[in-house]
Design a protein around this ligand. Sequence first.
Ligand code: HEM
Length: 414
Amino acid sequence: MRGERPAWVQQLHQEYGPVVHLSPSEVDFCSISAAKQIHRFRAPFLKSNFYTNLRGNSIVADNAFTTTDLVYHARHRRLLSGPISKSSLKSIEPVVTARVDLAIQKMGEEMKARGCLSFGDSFLMLEIGKKNQYAEDLETVASLTCLRASFPASIRFASSLPFKLPLFHKASESAFRISRHKRIVDADPSNAPPTLLSKLYQAGEEGLSQDEIIAKARTYIIAGSDTTAHSLTYLVWAVCKDDTIKRRLAEEVAVLREGYTDDDLESLPYLNQVLQETLRIYSAAPGPLPRFVPEGGCDIDGYWVPGGLTVTTQAWSMHRDSSVYPDPYRFDPSRWENATKEMYDAWMPFGGSPSNCIGLHLAQKELRLATVRFFQAFPNAKVSSREGFSDDDMMSKCYMLIFPKGKRYLIEGS
Ligand code: HEM
């Protein structure tokens, strides 16, 4: 309920070691070998009912993320992964770049008008400069979804009450608003700007129904907005807190030639180390990825685990294992200069196969472009202490996704 589960599990690992029996039916493993076994590509452990609880009762809302049906999952991943693959994303790059440029322009305006700049608003709201009802609704759906998965019995109880609690009422309205996306595409499909979903409309019988496409849009918006927005917020904060890191990054991006593309950014060593390190300490989805142990049980890291038990692996702990990452709580991008194989093996901000993040290439592209544009525009940005802002605001809460507990990040500079 307090959004502190990953840190609590990590405390238990520090006290008891890499295997922690969290409840009668759940064990968390913090080792590369266990993570590889649980998330292997062939015969993976199936997603637990945590995911079906995320979906609730609606069949329409099922998607690649929430389904536990392997055939459905494979079909949907096949359809979704094409448009979002590394090569297909080239056609979306101008859209990403235009959004990033608009974000930087708005930041510059805010910096001038207010003397400092606040991070934490979704980039979806760039034009109006603040969150609109649509974004508020989507966040409500996301938080309700997480509560429903964690406390299914309480949600069933709340739904049976003769009156509606405000949170649940708002969330059911949100589902209606999401159909706005469908109306935009329906109105003029050929002139609609390219989106990740465009190709799904032309997939014929193999494709998805309108209802399924709307459900995909919602999944993408929830899975793809706050994950990247919060990663970027933490990246800028962590970099601005350390002058040496900031100077090195700002110098690297300052010499890029006009008209550079994301291909050029992929080869910038320090930028990529900064990203790698941000996704290590500030993984946007660092919590458990619960999976059922297959029928008959199996041996994991020398422990016999009966079939049907839930096993979890959380990036929060994998990324703070001091035997893999010395001084693990320190934000130190240069640790990736001579990274070991273990460092790459334990690094799982995007989950594990075969259900790892479909959007990982898009997310990294957005983060690279936004980071470069930001530090080109504001090479002297520094953490502000205005309005009582402090490091405490940036402590993480985690309801499936992390966010700064103060829900704001203030920076100043030019
Ligand atoms: C920094 C940004 C991101 C992070 C850290 C992240 C993290 C993750 C993680 C850890 C999973 C696996 C969850 C599990 O196994 O339970 C996942 C799955 C997923 N992500 Fe992301 N994500 C990010 C951005 C995105 C974006 C931009 C999109 C799409 C536009 C996206 C779409 C999805 C989808 C559809 C799944 C479900 C895949 C499946 O179950 O087969 N994510 N993400």
